[in-house]
Design a binder for this molecule. Structure first.
Ligand code: KIV
Ligand code: ZN
Length: 388
């Protein structure tokens, strides 16, 4: 079955880098941008050029460096922002300006002290102005998640008419339920005149832990771009995690959707970003966490040793992890112990295994995890004559 392509818009260097304590220097940003290009992302959001001279320079350097992906700069719906972004993006092979404004009643009232009609005017003016610099203009309707669908459709229609090539529908506050977010995308697909001229994009935050589910609901309902970050880093509880959406689409071919991402680079990219940002990846993080392919209970270990597919839905090699690991703890069984003992050079008979296992349990009750070096000690403690 031929698959529809979903574009991956990576915002690790913009929305991701806004996280307290995650600041990157210019050199680190370049190394990450180069890796994102190699990974196969379609668009790299390199920064917010008007925000500081440092950010302007990074966007400009990334624009010079990147070979394949489009390079994007964020702006508010403000002329000066757009001029500065256009200048920073000048060297890019494929420049994109990402401009927009808040569209929810809360943003209109509290942030802009404005009204709906004036917001549409400002949105259209920003897109038209950005269009005078670059062909590819993405419009974001900030807080679209809490914007009423009818008004959101009016905003989208107006900016598409002004030349927007991408319509970003951010769930800025991570508020929506997947069904609701999916229905919002479907509503826009069905009610915005001229929507076929633009790509609908999902930009979901993770305040309720639903960013990935919402993004998937978005593409299932017609969006064809997902905005995400490596390791899901980003404002507050973070953004949609790139590795999660990529692998969900790959593991569910019946959705008929796929990306251009080289999944074998996912694990290494996750480690690289984590190290450079000084932001640890939680061990139980899907796809790239240290425990994502580690099995520790006896029942699971026995199954995985017999056949990996009993407890693994992804081949670790597909995401760049060498192999699954069998972690020895007090919950492990004989099969796991025999397996790990064999890896360090001991071929145990059934009788030997029974005895070594009793010794192992005493050790394991004292230690959280049994390492390879402990296995030698355990075997020696049995006083059996077992050669490695
Ligand atoms: O979350 C959001 O609404 C954003 C926009 C600026 C795109 O990051
Ligand atoms: Zn965001």
């Amino acid at each position: 079955m031929s698959k529809d392509k979903v574009d991956i818009f990576d915002t690790t260097l913009r929305d991701g880098e806004q996280v307290p304590g995650c600041k990157l220097d210019a050199e680190q940003k370049l190394v990450i941008a180069e890796r994102l290009d190699e990974l196969g992302v379609d668009i790299i959001e390199a920064g917010f050029p008007i925000s500081s001279p440092g950010d302007f320079n990074s966007v400009n350097e990334i624009a010079k460096l990147v070979k394949n992906a489009a390079v994007c700069g964020l702006t508010r719906a403000v002329r000066k922002d757009i001029e500065v972004a256009a200048e920073a993006l000048k060297p890019a092979k494929k420049p994109r300006i990402h401009t927009g404004i808040g569209t929810s009643d809360s943003h209109i009232r509290h942030k802009f002290n404005s009204d709906r009609e004036s917001i549409i005017e400002r949105a259209v003016a920003a897109v038209s102005y950005a269009k005078s610099f670059v062909e590819d203009v993405e419009f974001y309707a900030e807080d679209a998640g809490r914007t009423d669908n009818e008004f959101l459709a009016r905003v989208c229609e107006a900016v598409v008419k002004a030349g927007a090539t991408v319509l970003n529908i951010p769930d800025t506050t991570g508020y929506c339920l997947p069904e609701e977010y999916g229905a919002k995308i479907r509503y826009l697909k069905e009610n915005v005149t001229g929507v076929h001229k633009a790509t609908l994009s999902c930009h979901c935050h993770n305040d309720l832990g639903l960013a990935t589910a919402n993004s998937i609901a978005g593409v299932v309902n017609g969006a064809r771009q997902i905005e995400c970050t490596i390791n899901g880093i980003g404002e507050r509880a973070g953004n949609t995690s790139l590795e999660e959406v990529v692998m969900i689409l790959r593991q569910h071919p019946t959705l008929g959707l796929d990306t251009n991402i080289n999944s074998k680079l996912l694990y290494d990219t996750s480690r690289m970003v984590s190290e450079k940002m000084g932001m640890i990846v939680q061990p139980n993080k899907a796809i790239v966490g240290a425990n994502a392919f580690a099995h520790s209970s006896g029942i699971h270990q026995d199954g995985v040793i017999k056949n990996r597919e009993t407890y693994e839905i992804i081949d670790p090699a597909d995401v760049g992890v060498n192999e699954s690991s069998i972690v020895l703890t007090a919950r492990s069984g004989r099969a796991a112990l025999a397996y790990r003992a064999k890896l360090v050079g001991y071929e145990l008979t059934k009788l030997q295994l029974d005895e070594v296992y009793q010794e192992f349990l005493k050790f394991a009750d004292r230690k959280k995890e049994i390492l390879d070096s402990d296995i030698h000690e355990i075997i020696e403690a049995t006083e059996l004559d077992i050669e490695s």
